[in-house]
Design a protein around this ligand. Sequence first.
Ligand code: SF4
Length: 333
Amino acid sequence: MKHANIGIFIPHLACNHSCVFCNQVKISGHESVPSPDEVSRCLKSAVSRLEGRTAEIAFFGGSFTGLDTDTMTEYLKAAYPFIDGKTVTGIRLSTRPDYINNEILSILRRYGVTDIELGAQSMDDGVLSLSARGHSAADTERASRLIKENGFRLVLQFMPGLPGDSPEKTLATAEKIASLCPDGVRIYPTVVIRGTKLASLYESGEFTPYSLETAVSLSAKMYELFSKKGISVLRMGLHSDIKAEDIVAGPFHPAFGELVYSEIYKNRFDEAMMGKNIKNPVFRVKKNELSMALGQKKKNVSYIEDKYGILSEIICDDERSVYSDAIAIPSIH
Ligand code: SF4
């Protein structure tokens, strides 16, 4: 059975921070803040259109648990009646690490919240400070521990390439995030959005985002790291519905995840070739991953040709009987 997210965006509500990268309106694409009644009406309509799918209600876009307790409870009360444990299985929400405590968690549990996503952004205090996050890596560690101890599923989001970041610090952040044992992560390489402090820093030459190539290469390494530890990578790259005119600079690509999967395959082809003198290898990959293994415009075939000076072939599992000595490459998913 297919699963859907019914997203409710609450931009900037309750937020008195000014993170350099943030323009919630542009990122979420929603300019108005819904009332609890509107949330209820929207959920009623969305649930009636599920047509056999299961769903979660998702409060995204702001710092949900930073709302005053009454307002937060009103939103939860609007959503709670739709949770039946079968069709609508629970509520997920996103918030800041410093907006989590035992009292908040007990309210969330009472109203059917199952998954909490924390905007960790980085586990380097220098990067957090330069990004004006207003919380430390220790806050993320403490909040993550509380969330898990209280039986919620934990998702950590982070943003490689913020001010002061470097490839080494990004990989160290990924290691620290993995050590917190989240159920999932979302990797959002930093993109400069119009109307943010980061856009001013970029325009004045004080900030340079990661190139697309760097962001893809780092994301491939981090994907492998999380996968080995059994941590789901739920998302890589900003959502493609962000308007092109709102992007000032940075490693945005509408199919960012696909680029990363191709990079992972490229690395796996390298591993398969390492230390061996193979002439004209035939690599065998899972059928539904063939296009990512080939890469855009068969980029990975050209890569092998350029690097090793040999022609290679990438085939899908189906053809294994024809190529009995094909080299099996482990699948990504
Ligand atoms: S990222 Fe979150 S905490 Fe930071 S300014 Fe935006 S809404 Fe506020």
